[in-house]
Write a protein that binds this ligand. Structure first.
Ligand code: XIL
Length: 441
């Protein structure tokens, strides 16, 4: 019995720990995630058990740092690249991540189908001999097989990654890509979205890039033109991913958050989502500190919480022990929210506090949505007294039929209601609800 209690206590502690991770403070429909690297798949002991424990505790969306890229999936040259078979695709990590996310109730993001960089080593030479039609055929087969295999299991895909030129002239990359045979890079990109949509119509399809986060980069206006064109042509695109690989303390002033908010709004007007897909805030020399970095991470959480068309914030890894930064940005590091020993850094605490604060606003208002409705003693109309601004009040009759919705109620309402009993559903500007029963005399 004692033993059983011990087991029970342990289980409770574990679930409490999970309950207190970053993701546990999110409102529904919002996701915080991380990229997981190859060690996660093939060498768990090198990372210690902590890696997986942290992933489950803190995150409700995952993406593979490399395992879903063509460079990994077609690393081995297929016998006949123009007649691809599912067995040509190396799907072992893909399947591992699918089953891990499914059994832990975590959303899965696919990154990516088409990227000019890091293609399989054989592809560029091979594709140089293809006709344009063969290029299209290969790409269609690849996307169809992979998206089809992951259908219903990968919630969203980066269909095309980093297709816009750094200097934006011409807008789209071409010569330096394995898909250079595409005479119109734009038509090629559009086609990739059509192929992905046909293979998995329910997946959200994204265009993903860097240096599109602020209007201070030429790439942003190119991106907006490219994406608006796709929307206008009816290409099945659902959103744009902002990578957000920033240098802490250097390109992270307050203006950045304003700029990120603005581009999210612009894409929102096009009917698109806009997610932060690869956030890391590297520290290079003395330009920043881990406390300054903490404040920067907090701002990104607030963007996630406040922007209605931003539903996920993904970090490009979570521990400084395995981050791409030191290898790609010389002299830089410490970009993530856990240190080399899997200990949370100030950035982690700041993110958690930002999430808790938003949660506590909700709870406070849910309890104190003191939206008291009472009859005006002289007229019998309804009077409202509320600490939070009220968005709307739905009025139901005793049969439960909604008979009216009143909006922008400041003080009194109900002049038009006949005598009787009504049920009111009161919703405040935070989305909190309260039900009241009241009699009109
Ligand atoms: C990087 C990975 O982190 C590295 O491990 C790999 O060697 C190269 O790719 N933008 C992207 C990501 O879209 O796929 C890149 O990931 C980082 C920049």
């Amino acid at each position: 019995m004692k033993k059983l209690f011990g087991v029970f206590a342990l289980v409770s502690i574990i679930s409490l720990a999970k309950a207190q991770g970053l993701q546990s403070f999110l409102p529904s429909g919002k996701y915080i995630g991380t990229a997981v690297n190859d060690n996660f798949f093939n060498n768990p002991s090198a990372n210690g058990a902590d890696y997986e424990t942290i992933v489950k505790k803190d995150f409700n969306v995952l993406v593979a740092e490399n395992a879903f890229k063509m460079g990994s999936i077609l690393a081995n040259k297929p016998a006949d690249p123009l007649n691809l078979k599912l067995s040509d695709l190396n799907l072992s990590y893909v399947d591992k991540l699918i089953s891990f996310t499914q059994s832990n109730n975590i959303r899965l993001r696919g990154h990516n189908f088409v990227w000019y960089a890091f293609p399989p080593s054989w592809l560029t030479t091979e594709a140089a001999n293809w006709s344009e039609a063969q290029l299209y055929s290969f790409t269609k087969q690849y996307i169809t097989l992979l998206a089809g295999h992951c259908k219903g299991k990968v919630a969203e895909w980066d269909v095309v990654n980093e297709a816009i030129n750094d200097n934006s002239t011409p807008a789209l990359r071409s010569a330096d890509t394995w898909y250079a045979k595409a005479t119109s890079p734009q038509a090629f990109i559009d086609s990739c979205f059509y192929y992905a949509h046909a293979a998995d119509p329910s997946a959200d399809l994204f265009y993903n890039d860097y240096s599109i986060e602020t209007s201070y980069s030429n790439k942003q206006s190119s991106m907006l033109t490219v994406i608006q064109g796709m929307v206008d042509r009816g290409v099945p695109i659902n959103g744009v991913g902002l990578q957000c690989h920033f240098e802490s303390g250097v390109n992270t002033g307050d203006w950045v958050y304003t700029e990120v908010g603005k581009v999210m709004d612009k894409l929102g007007v096009m009917g698109l989502k806009c997610n932060v897909t690869e956030l890391d805030l590297r520290i290079c020399g003395s330009a920043s500190s881990i406390t300054e970095q903490a404040d920067e991470y907090k701002h990104f959480v607030n963007i996630l919480l406040t922007k209605s068309n931003c539903n996920s914030l993904l970090l490009w890894g979570f521990t400084d022990k395995s981050s791409w930064i030191p290898g790609f940005f010389s002299g830089c590091g410490e970009a993530l929210i856990y240190d080399n020993n899997y200990q949370p850094k100030p950035a982690y605490t700041a993110m958690k506090e930002a999430l808790q604060a938003s949660n506590s606003v909700k709870i406070t208002n849910a309890n104190s949505i003191a939206a008291v409705v009472y009859p005006n003693p002289s007229t019998g109309n309804f009077m409202l007294s509320s600490s939070a601004d009220i968005l709307k009040i739905s009025v139901f009759n005793v049969q439960g039929k909604e008979i009216s919705v009143v909006e922008n109620v400041k003080e009194g309402f109900g002049e038009n209601f006949s005598q009787g009993i009504y049920l009111l559903k009161i919703v405040d500007v935070y989305g909190n609800e309260r039900y009241e029963k009241i009699e009109k005399r």
